[in-house]
Write a protein that binds this ligand. Structure first.
Ligand code: HEC
Ligand code: HEC
Ligand code: HEC
Ligand code: HEC
Ligand code: HEC
Length: 489
């Protein structure tokens, strides 16, 4: 109960309306100058841009519930999604507030460009030091919906080629809100709005505009899900993010196992009308839940659709990886156990994005036939954390002096890399002794996931405001005899 109320408190505080804050003078910039590569981005350091350099207000965007009247399947998925919470998420609010204070306000556009593109494009996001533990942000309703229908379907192009690194990232999208909705259908007809076919929406680049995050000054790729995908077998097979994240997990599993497009999965059953009153059936009407691994935030905030999202996030996590193991004789009577973790079905590294905050680790117990525990690793302690010897799959982030930090504005590089590439694997290795009187032993290995390290959650939200749940992604038990042969599976 106390967990929930603490999230609700933060939320209640950010719900207020904001007054206008001038962010940009882009309306005065002559179009030719602003179009040239040398022109500064209007919402620097974000790569966000507005088509035609219009001056926008929040009223230029519609709220999702207006779209949901006709697009019922889409709104059902979007409600309770991390996209719908990308501004209200208390973890984001706290981290953004810390960033804002540490960078003299530069982080307003930087973080906001992806977490509330409408708020930044309309200059309506405001910092309020009285919110939450560290401060927080307010925005009008349209902007507080985060990555909403009218964000994605107002995207008229990408600014990636004019961005500092010339590639998708840091909100490299151009918004053109209004009558026309941009989408994947070549022959859509709606009496309510104009439609415009956009090939970009069918490509992974569309997602990459926000799912690649570079440090605004040192340009270090802090999170690079899109780049990981681009180097993967999925990119080679032409399977974009949409084919896993905009279909139910059961279809995504088929996509990954067969290495085919979602539309080529036999009997996918995703056809239907894309809107009330639509004239024809579409081959696929896309899920709009964009479920990844995070089932914690929506559930803690108690928003509509949270339970469905949480259940689907757990299924995604449990579909992602596989475990195997082998044991062999090492030096001096020591036995060596190797636990192999394969990234079976994630189209990017495991974990991806916040690889320095997400916790993916092996929990291993070896016990002999008399019940004596020979090795224990990766057990959670009373603080809901694992110890330093645990095999953790993630990256270790440091600042420019080489000191540990998980604050995105301080990260200069990773000094340890240990994430698992798509269709690739990594080992966890363990050494143990078998007592002379043991006739055999049993190994229990579990691959576990937490959305946040508990220490990070405590720092951002307050001590034990939320106890980060553990999801068991995969488990494997195997028994061996004293000669290290597999006794039973
Ligand atoms: C994160 C971006 C994003 C958000 C948010 C989003 N969409 Fe979409 N939507 C897409 C993409 C991408 C596609 C195309 C997928 C494809 O064809 O590969 C799409 C497809 C569609 C389509 C075409 C039919 C279909 O389902 O394939 C409609 C209609 C649509 N979206 C409506 C909405 C509505 C209404 C909302 C809000 C409730 C919404 N979208 C929110 C990205 C988004
Ligand atoms: C290029 C777009 C982009 C920018 C810029 C960006 N973020 Fe994010 N942020 C994301 C995406 C995408 C995720 C989700 C990744 C995931 O869940 O795997 C995310 C997730 C987060 C989360 C985790 C939220 C949760 O509940 O799991 C925090 C905290 C966060 N961002 C803080 C920040 C801060 C602070 C900044 C500015 C210094 C920032 N972000 C800038 C795109 C961005
Ligand atoms: C009065 C009903 C209605 C409302 C309200 C409505 N739409 Fe539509 N929309 C439709 C119909 C009908 C289609 C055509 C579907 C088809 O041809 O399969 C459509 C198509 C679309 C497409 C596909 C465009 C393409 O070319 O791929 C997108 C994207 C879309 N709508 C987004 C939105 C968004 C965002 C909102 C809210 C701002 C919204 N719609 C509100 C009825 C509506
Ligand atoms: C305008 C920027 C933007 C675009 C475009 C965008 N995303 Fe996101 N996405 C975000 C942000 C921001 C978050 C994180 C919200 C949070 O955790 O607070 C997020 C979260 C997610 C998550 C949930 C991650 C988790 O931890 O569970 C998935 C999955 C996802 N996005 C997939 C996609 C896919 C697939 C596309 C392309 C069809 C896409 N996104 C397009 C900004 C964007
Ligand atoms: C072959 C299917 C597949 C493809 C393709 C794919 N993903 Fe994923 N994705 C997964 C699975 C499975 C998970 C859950 C395991 C995990 O968290 O990595 C996931 C998780 C995520 C998460 C949450 C990660 C976390 O733990 O915080 C984000 C964000 C995400 N995907 C974005 C993307 C984007 C963006 C693309 C395209 C550039 C993409 N995905 C392509 C299968 C896929």
């Amino acid at each position: 109960m106390s967990r929930k109320s603490s999230f609700m408190l933060v939320l209640g505080l950010v719900a207020g309306l904001a007054t206008t804050l001038m962010v940009s003078a882009s309306a005065e910039t002559p179009p030719e100058a602003a179009n040239s590569a040398a022109a500064p981005a209007p919402f620097h350091p974000s790569n966000l841009a507005i088509a035609g350099h219009r001056k926008l207000t929040a009223e230029d965007f519609e709220e999702p519930k207006a779209c949901g009247k006709c697009h019922q399947r889409q709104i059902k998925g979007w409600q309770g999604s991390m996209h719908s919470l990308s501004f209200k998420d208390p973890v984001l609010q706290a981290e953004w507030a810390l960033a804002y204070k540490a960078t003299d306000g530069k982080a307003l556009n930087d973080c906001g460009g992806c977490h509330t593109p409408i708020g930044i494009a309309t200059g309506t996001v405001k910092f309020d030091s009285s919110l939450g533990k560290h401060g927080g942000f307010t925005a009008p309703a349209q902007a507080a919906h985060g990555v909403s229908c009218d964000v994605c379907h107002s995207v008229s192009g990408s600014t990636a080629s004019r961005s500092p690194l010339g590639q998708p990232g840091n909100a490299s999208i151009e918004l053109n809100p209004g009558e026309t909705k941009y989408g994947p259908l070549k022959d859509a007809k709606s009496g309510y709005h104009e439609t415009q076919y956009s090939e970009l929406h069918t490509k992974a680049e569309f997602c990459g505009n926000c799912h690649n995050i570079f440090h605004s000054e040192n340009q270090f790729p802090i999170e690079h899900t899109y780049d990981e995908w681009k180097a993967s077998p999925y990119a080679q097979a032409g399977i974009p993010c949409q084919d896993c994240h905009m279909v139910p997990v059961e279809v995504a599993i088929q996509v990954a196992d067969r290495m085919v497009r979602a539309k080529d999965v036999p009997n996918h059953g995703l056809g239907g009308l894309a809107a009330k009153g639509a004239k024809k059936e579409r081959e696929i009407v896309h899920d709009h839940g964009f479920v990844g691994g995070n089932g914690v935030i929506a559930a803690a905030m108690g928003v509509p659709g949270a339970e469905e999202h949480k259940a689907e996030a757990i299924k995604r996590l449990q579909s992602a990886a596989d475990l195997d193991m082998d044991v062999k004789k090492g030096q001096g009577g020591v036995n060596e156990l190797r636990v192999k973790v394969t990234n079976l079905r994630a189209g990017h590294h495991l974990p991806t994005s916040l690889t320095f905050i997400r916790r993916l680790w092996l929990d291993v117990t070896i016990s002999d036939d008399k019940g004596r525990v020979l090795l224990r690793s990766g057990e959670l302690d009373s603080h809901n954390r694992v110890d330093a010897d645990t095999v953790i799959f993630g990256n270790h982030s440091v600042d420019k002096k080489g000191n540990s930090t998980v604050n995105p504005w301080e990260i200069a590089r990773f000094d340890e890399l240990n994430t698992i590439p798509p269709k690739g694997f990594r080992y966890g290795k363990y050494a143990f002794h078998l007592p002379a009187d043991a006739k055999g032993f049993k190994v229990v290995a579990r691959l576990n996931y937490q959305s946040y390290d508990q220490h990070v959650a405590d720092h951002l939200l307050g001590e034990k405001a939320v106890i980060v749940p553990t999801v068991e992604m995969k488990a494997l038990t195997r028994s061996y005899d004293a000669s290290l042969k597999v006794a039973a599976r």
